[in-house]
Design a protein around this ligand. Sequence first.
Ligand SMILES: [Mn+2]
Length: 430
Amino acid sequence: MSNIRIAAGIVAAENDRRAAALDADYAALGEKLARGGVDIGAITDKVSEFFVAVPSWGVGTGGTRFARFPGQGEPRHIFDKLDDCGVIQQLTRATPTVSLHIPWDKADPNELKAKAETLGLGFDAMNSNTFSDAADQAHSYKYGSLSHVDAATRAQAVDHNIECIELGAALGSKALTVWVGDGSNFPGQTNFTKSFERYLAAMAEIYKALPEDWRLFSEHKMYEPAFYSTVVQDWGTNYLIAQTLGPKAQCLVDLGHHAPNTNIEMIVARLIQFGKLGGFHFNDSKYGDDDLDAGSIEPYRLFLVFNELVDAEYRGVKGFHPAHMIDQSHNVTDPIESLISSANEIRRAYAQALLVDRAALSGYQDGNDALMATETLKRAYRTDVEPILAEARRRAGGAIDPVATYRASGYRAKVSAERPAVKGGSGGIV
Ligand SMILES: [Mn+2]
């Protein structure tokens, strides 16, 4: 098991070329922020401590239900995937954990831990898969899993989730994310109430198996793979699940899982208010669950979500510690480059949200000054925080320009020589 890292000399040489420009840009931004009473050092420290988990499935090339076009040097198994995740962390210093998907990433926990440790990685939330059939399973999930009409199929799905918890516990993970593909394609195909009752009873079994310090995240999704109804269709149903199961159950918000034009930042605020925001699957979308790169379509929406998160952080909301995870499908880019860029965009939204003058905003809100209130958000959003992001990476040993450094390293060509091309392959949207 070789660890393929980018040589430290390459990162240093690339950083040297950009150091003087960054020093000047950082000083200029620091001066500008200081005029508004903001200490750039404090913002940089906070950004440095903000992390987002990389999905193991994100480092392979994704696909659609039409086709998948494999990329060069694709990871063949979880250990290759961890190598790729290690490179993302090495360059960004923003992604120290990996979120595993079982059974895709199933392996000996000791080997997984040992490999991750050599790469400086840890493990974030575990993800179960009852939306497709594994080769050796007794009962099919074609007509559902945790809400299936057949008790033996439900029990099999519950057992799989418990297996994910056990593997995760051995790896140091602290959460299980459950997303089911259960639903229906035709009116009348399923009974809404009975299927939700069956789902809740099955989730209660999983909840019982959680270690004391674990959380259970349920993820809602409006449609796909079911096209008429899904059992966990929206944040209201998701909230009911978390409320019914107990304090360790919280809602996971995948940014792509809502109807078009939904005010996602407002959902985030509601879930925070009632202690049920578990975390995020960051991505972006134009039409549906497109799983495009975070911040690539609607960066202002991402900022508005972070505006709610920072508001909660500064208010010191009790028990507020959402899990930050990326969930994307990379069909036309090098997945490593997309994940590097997404991690940066997520940190960018956080940094911009930290710059919002909250005292002024509160004053404008109380004074019904709509124009100045929204301008206060815009002023923070318009700030080019790139020098802060680059400085945070540099201080932590990462790359000032991580994509350029990745390209200069020739990593993809190197792994292409070691990893034979994958033939065919299936759809990759999750
Ligand atoms: Mn997701």
